[in-house]
Design a protein around this ligand. Sequence first.
Ligand SMILES: [Zn+2]
Length: 44
Amino acid sequence: MPKKLKKCKDCKTYTLKDICKKCESQTTNAHYKFVRIRDVQKSK
Ligand SMILES: [Zn+2]
């Protein structure tokens, strides 16, 4: 994966750079984390 999508916490803008263009804040890696329904049901 050559391109790592990142996201700015402040303005919620997705970017490929470490620094947000809009607010110049440091961006974080945008991992696609989804809550698994199986785990939720399993905890019942
Ligand atoms: Zn920003």
